[in-house]
Write a protein that binds this ligand. Structure first.
Ligand code: AMP
Length: 284
């Protein structure tokens, strides 16, 4: 595996592969790799001849009071893990390589960047859309793999790929969970031992919501599901709900009534500072 930090270097490498007729898969990450990321790499390997994983903690997608400076980083460990998964190139640019001193351009996916995490993190999805557009232009992959854990992000990337005519196949990968149901996340590292146990409440909320939907069936009011999820999470005094919303899987618009297209989306803060998200279809 080759480690590259310059845009010109990764471009040349991809060009070499292309000349040999090889296809290229991209797995964008912010590093501190876990099994969720690794499963995306395995998926990329099935789809493409060559795999690029990017590790870039994108400053543009962090708000002023967010965890940019504290975001966990561990390049040596990431390097070993990616190599074991058969990644061909790890692209780890510095901030200045991606955003020059006169940088001015932002990509915005108008509707899908609003609501849910977009409401709690203003500007976040502009940062995501911009960096993904740049990575698509730099690496020109045939396919790019994203986790369903970041459901809104995946929907937004599908839309920007369509809107900006990228000839890239966007592949969504199911959420990888810990044994107790907590969705894997680099941010789980911030949780104290006590909070780590409690954090499973989002998965419990999702499972309870699924049981209720199974009992009541299509057409039941979404707010019953949303209230149940909120109460389940907030039964733990350390947990504050940011949102529990039933949305349509494609538009991410709120739904008054639940259908088999409904996804329950969840966000909470644990002990005031660790922000975690989860989601899942209500129909299983
Ligand atoms: P991040 O490093 O958090 O920006 O995530 C990089 C990619 O990994 C994104 O496409 C995420 O959706 C995906 N990802 C993160 N956690 C998981 C997980 N638990 N299961 C599946 N995909 C994940």
């Amino acid at each position: 595996m080759i480690l590259l930090s310059k845009i010109s270097e990764i471009r040349s490498l991809v060009q070499e592969w292309r000349q040999k007729g090889e296809s290229v898969g991209l797995v964008p990450t912010m590093g501190y790799l876990h099994e969720g990321h690794l499963s995306l790499m395995r998926c990329a390997q099935k789809e493409c001849d060559r795999i690029v994983t990017s590790i870039f903690v994108n400053p543009m997608q962090f708000g002023p009071n967010e965890d940019l400076d504290n975001y966990p980083r561990s390049l040596e460990r990431d390097r070993e893990l990616a190599e074991k998964e058969g990644v061909d190139a790890l692209f780890c640019p510095q901030d200045g390589e991606m955003y020059g001193s006169n940088y001015q351009t932002t990509v915005r996916v108008q509707k899908l960047s609003q609501g849910l995490c977009g409401a709690d993190r203003p500007g976040h999805f502009d940062g995501v859309a911009t960096v993904i557009t740049k990575l698509f232009n730099i690496i020109t992959p045939d396919a790019a793999i994203f986790g369903e854990k970041d459901f809104q992000q995946l929907a937004l990337i599908r839309q920007l790929t369509l809107d900006l005519n990228f000839d890239i196949r966007i592949i969504g990968h199911p959420i990888v969970r810990e044994a107790d149901g907590l969705a894997m996340s680099s941010r789980n590292k911030y949780l104290s031992i006590e909070d780590r146990k409690i954090a499973t409440c989002m998965y419990t909320a999702l499972q309870k919501a699924r049981v209720l939907y199974r009992e009541k069936g299509e057409g039941m009011p979404s707010d019953e599901i949303e209230k149940l999820a909120k109460a389940t999470i907030e039964a733990n005094p350390q947990c504050a709900v940011e949102y529990t919303k039933v949305v349509h899987q494609l538009t991410l618009q709120s739904m008054e009534k639940v259908t088999d297209d409904s996804v329950l989306t969840l966000a909470m803060k644990v002990s005031g500072n660790v922000r975690l998200i989860d989601n899942g279809f209500l129909a299983l």
